[in-house]
Write a protein that binds this ligand. Structure first.
Ligand code: PLP
Ligand code: COI
Length: 337
């Protein structure tokens, strides 16, 4: 493999050449069309550009060994997009319309779906296009829905390397009622603290723990793992309800793990780190082991032996086997396209 093979490209840096696009105007959604990926015209007064009325999703289509292509938990992701739209007071697209657009893109880009361990990352994007710079307290009554696709491999450069995570004890990732919404502003809000932590401590991500309670990182959920036991924060409005988190918890419970969803503190996490494991879960992250927690002032705490723990590897392998069609999909999570 050379430095120019697709596997080495940063996650999301290449797109397929086709996207689906639809718009909402005068109280109704129009039919979608398939277009070459490229710039689209957007009015500089568009609501999303000024007032952040934007949300998106991220999920993957997998190529199985027999060549067939399957999308993982598409319905759940589309439902989350609709929830995000509702929170931002954007017109909600029909679930059927989004699914049709996703299918249309995957069908047209079928040849671009990488073989395992790659996947085609699907990125529906919804944003307010109403041109009115006075509309700070008025929802956008015009929106655009786009579905992009990107052949992807590892999200974290280094693949199976254990992650270094900065434990942020004060700052929040975003406004506390918006954590559950997958909106661009949340990522913008986390960017500053993430860059500072990266520069000072060479970490991969920031784990937001406002008030000493562990929440999530800038782009993934956070799990404490031990043989037969998982602890993760219980669902509330402050963080994104990850579909990967949900999938792992269901699989683990069925395998006999005790799954505890509850609030836990930094102190408890540090005690767990003495002999337990920690990992990040997400569509992009899959299940990525945490090797080191870095605290304020640069104090480093190893998680277990500092590598990717065996339970983390086992759970990741079990999930990926379902996604890649090497284990039975007893949950009905995959949609063939
Ligand atoms: N939390 C944040 C902030 C994320 O960006 C993501 C990624 O989508 C997740 C959690 C994990 O969500 P999911 O497993 O649905 O991809
Ligand atoms: C995902 O896992 O789908 C994400 O949204 C992470 C990301 C910001 C690339």
């Amino acid at each position: 493999m050379t430095s120019t093979t697709p596997q080495n490209l940063p996650f999301g840096s290449i797109l397929t050449d086709v996207m689906a696009i639809a718009s909402y105007k005068d109280g109704r959604w129009g039919e979608h069309s398939l277009r070459a990926v490229g710039p689209i015209e957007i009015h500089p007064a568009a609501h999303a550009l000024h007032y952040g009325s934007e949300c998106f999703e991220g999920f993957k289509a997998y190529r199985w060994a027999d060549g067939s292509v399957h999308v993982f938990r598409m319905d759940r992701h589309i439902e989350r997009l609709r929830q995000s739209a509702r929170s931002l007071v954007l017109p909600e697209p029909d679930a059927a319309q989004v699914a049709e657009m996703v299918r249309a893109v995957v069908e047209r880009c079928r040849d671009a779906v990488p073989e395992a361990p790659g996947a085609l990352y699907l990125r529906p994007l919804l944003f307010g296009t109403m041109p009115n710079i006075g509309a700070a307290s008025t929802p956008s009554n015009e929106v655009c829905l786009v579905v992009l696709a990107s052949p992807v491999w590892d999200y974290f450069a280094g693949g199976a390397k254990p992650l270094r995570i900065y434990v942020e004890e004060e700052a929040t990732r975003c406004a506390s009622h918006l954590g559950v919404v997958k909106t661009g502003g949340n990522y913008a809000a986390a960017l500053g603290p993430t860059l500072v932590a990266r520069r000072l401590h060479q970490v991969d991500q920031v784990l937001f723990c406002p008030g000493g309670e562990v929440q999530e990182t800038g782009a993934a959920n956070f799990l404490l793992i031990r043989p037969g036991h998982i602890v993760t924060r219980s669902l509330d409005s402050t963080f994104l309800h990850g579909v990967t988190r949900d999938s792992l918890l269901r699989m683990a419970a069925d395998q006999g793990y005790r799954v505890e969803e509850r609030v836990f503190t930094i102190d408890e996490m540090l005690a767990w780190a003495r002999d337990g494991e920690a990992a990040l879960s997400g569509t992009a992250a899959v299940l990525a082991g945490v090797g080191t927690l870095v605290r304020k002032g640069g104090v480093e705490v190893k998680v277990g032996a500092g590598g990717v723990g065996p339970e983390t590897q086992k759970l990741r392998a079990a999930l990926v086997a379902i996604q890649q069609g090497r284990a039975a999909d007893r949950y009905g999570w995959l949609t063939p396209v």
